[in-house]
Design a protein. Structure first.
Length: 241
């Protein structure tokens, strides 16, 4: 859809405290009149990401005065059932590895479907029709619920099921991690890049002890590897331009 017709509307952003969701939040702040956020505590090993949100919100508000005025209510929903019915490396203290089905065992079946359904239910109550998420089909570890086809199908189902025309926006859908870093720069310059690098959390193991040039994390899990490779590609591209 054309972004020009959202300038006076409210959006609900799925905001976990990670790199992708923070970039999506900045993207939404640049386009919508008012923003609410929603995060989910589902028993994830890296629940520390939820603690990062306050610092990120403060940083975004300080970065641009017009963004500060757009930030509205924040919501956190606890859905421990998702962890109780899953046996994954994101919800259990087990080694991260590939499964027999070709998917990494960090895949939490139905997670994005559940997140977007709860987000839509909240948006319905709040009178919001635009929902923004960081799903990506380019750097997505093969998760089927990150695919564009899945999101489009769910948008139709939610709109039909709630008799409300929802728009699910996925600004990172076709971006690499390097391009996601670049998008952050385009939206808020070096200050936003630094904020996301230093204050957001991506590591699946929830580690924030070691400080790398791309941010904090164990440096070995798939999430850290993807973030690090994207950072180095972004830096290399910036140096050449």
């Amino acid at each position: 859809m054309q972004m020009s017709d959202t300038h006076d509307m409210t959006a609900l952003v799925l905001f976990s405290g990670g790199q992708d969701s923070t970039t999506c939040l900045a993207w939404a702040l640049d386009r919508f009149a008012r923003i609410e956020t929603i995060g989910f505590d589902y028993g994830q090993r890296h629940a520390i990401e939820l603690d990062c949100r306050a610092r990120l919100l403060d940083g975004l508000a300080q970065l641009r005065p017009e963004w500060a005025g757009k930030l509205g209510d924040g919501h956190t929903l606890e859905i421990p059932t998702l962890s109780a019915i899953s046996e994954t490396a994101l919800t259990r203290d087990v080694a991260i590895e590939m499964g027999a089905d070709g998917l990494p065992n960090t895949f939490v079946p139905g997670r994005n479907l559940v997140f977007l359904t709860f987000a839509a239910a909240l948006a319905y109550r709040r009178g919001i029709s635009h929902i923004v998420g960081g799903m990506c089909e380019t750097d997505y570890s093969g998760y089927p619920d990150c695919r564009d086809e899945t999101i489009k199908a769910l948008q139709g189902a939610l709109s039909l099921g709630m008799a409300r025309p929802f728009e699910l926006h996925t600004p990172l859908m076709w971006l690499s991690k390097a391009a996601t870093w670049q998008l952050a720069y385009d939206l808020g310059g070096r200050d936003l890049v630094d904020l996301i690098r230093d204050q957001s959390h991506t590591c699946y193991l929830g580690e924030r002890g070691a400080r790398h040039d791309w941010g904090y994390g164990c440096g070995a899990c798939p999430a850290c590897d993807l973030r690090a490779r994207g950072w180095h590609e972004y830096i290399a591209g910036s140096a050449q331009s």
